[in-house]
Design a protein around this ligand. Structure first.
Ligand SMILES: Cc1cc2nc3c(=O)[nH]c(=O)nc-3n(C[C@H](O)[C@H](O)[C@H](O)COP(=O)(O)O)c2cc1C
Ligand code: SF4
Ligand code: SF4
Length: 261
C-alpha cells in the first residue's frame, strides 16, 4: 500500500521530537504534511484519518511517560484503521514506558501502529547530547523509513512490540524550573504566543504562571533576543550534575514487526 497522504503530528516544545517525526514522514513522502499541536488550543484542520493515510506521531518523553498534555492533544484525532508510526524523543536518560504508552494511545484512537522509534534529542536541561538529532540521526530515521515503506507493501502489519511495562511508571508531568526574564525583554509577545500552556502574561512577559508552566523551555528557545534563560542557582547546580550523569551517548532504537530494526 502506498499511502495517499503522509502526515507528521507532533508536540515538540524545543523541536527535537518534530525533527525525527518530520524526517521520517518526509522520507516516506516528500510532500508529507505536518500538524503541530505544541501550542494548546490551536485546532488542526484535519482530525479524522482514513485507512489509506499514514500518520507519524512524535512526542518528547517527560518523566519516562508521555506528557499528559500530549495525551490530551492527541486524543482529538481519530483513525479508521489508519496505519501510524509512533516515535518518542528522549534526552539520553531513558524512555521507560513512553513508547508503549504512545503505541497504546494510538491503538485506542483507531490507528494501527506499524512501526515505532525511540529517538535521542538534546535534553531540555543541561548540555546533554547537544545538537541531536544531528545529520547521522536523521540518516538513521530515513533508513528506517525505507524499511517501513517495504513493510507497508505487505498484507498484514499490525502487532509491533515495544519496550515498556504495565502499569506505566509515575511521570508525564512538567518540570520544576521556571524561566527567568531579563530587562532586555522588548515585550514582542513571541513567547506569549509560543508557550504551549499559555503560562506567560501578555501584559508583562516576565510574569510566568508557575502553576501552568511545565518547564519545557520553549520560551527560552523562541525568544528572538535571548531575554529568557533558565539560570537560577538551583537550575545551574542541577544542570551541572545532570550533564555529567547523562554524558554517555545512547543510540536511536527502531522497531518493526519483526522486532528491533
Ligand atoms: C519536564 C521534562 C521531563 C523530561 N523527562 C525526561 C526523561 O524522563 N527521560 C529523558 O531521557 N529525557 C527527558 N526529558 C528530555 C526530553 O525528553 C528531551 O529533551 C526531548 O528531546 C525534548 O523534546 P522537544 O525538543 O520536542 O521538546 C525531559 C524534559 C522535560 C522538559
Ligand atoms: S520573546 Fe523575549 S523579548 Fe519577546 S516578550 Fe518574550 S521574553 Fe520578551
Ligand atoms: S513559560 Fe513554561 S510552559 Fe511556557 S514556554 Fe516557557 S517553560 Fe514552557
Amino acid at each position: 500500500m502506498k499511502p495517499s497522504v503522509v502526515r507528521a503530528i507532533y508536540f515538540s516544545p524545543t523541536g527535537t521530537a518534530r525533527s525525527g517525526a518530520a524526517a521520517i514522514a518526509k522520507a516516506l513522502d516528500e510532500n508529507a504534511e505536518e500538524i503541530d499541536v505544541t501550542v494548546d488550543g490551536k485546532m488542526p484542520d484535519r482530525i479524522s484519518f482514513a485507512k489509506d493515510e499514514l500518520i507519524v506521531f512524535g512526542a518528547p518523553v517527560y518523566g519516562g511517560r508521555l506528557y499528559h498534555g500530549v495525551v490530551k492533544r492527541f486524543q482529538q484525532f481519530t483513525g479508521h484503521k489508519t496505519p501510524c508510526i509512533v516515535t518518542v524523543t528522549y534526552g539520553n536518560r531513558d524512555y521507560d514506558d513512553a513508547l508503549l504508552e504512545l503505541k497504546d494511545l494510538a491503538e485506542a484512537l483507531g490507528f494501527v501502529p506499524v512501526a515505532a522509534a525511540a529517538l535521542i534529542g538534546q535534553h531540555t536541561y543541561g548540555q546533554i547530547q547537544v545538537g541531536r538529532p544531528n545529520e547521522q540521526d536523521i540518516e538513521e530515521d530515513q533508513a528506517f523509513a525505507e524499511k517501513v515503506k517495504a513493510l507497508l507493501n505487505q498484507d498484514t502489519w499490525s502487532g509491533i512490540q515495544v519496550p515498556g511495562n504495565y502499569p506505566y511508571k509515575e511521570g508525564g508531568q512538567g518540570g520544576k524550573f521556571r524561566p527567568q526574564t531579563t530587562d532586555a525583554c522588548i515585550k514582542c509577545g513571541v513567547c506569549v504566543r509560543e508557550c504551549p500552556e499559555g503560562a506567560i502574561d501578555p501584559e508583562d512577559p516576565a510574569k510566568i504562571d508557575g502553576e501552568k508552566c511545565i518547564a519545557c523551555f520553549r520560551c527560552i528557545k523562541k525568544c528572538p533576543i535571548g531575554a529568557k534563560n533558565p539560570d537560577t542557582p538551583e537550575y545551574l547546580a542541577f544542570a551541572e550534575g545532570f550533564t555529567k550523569r547523562l554524558a554517555a551517548r545512547k543510540e536511536n532504537q527502531y522497531f518493526l514487526l519483526e522486532g528491533k530494526a
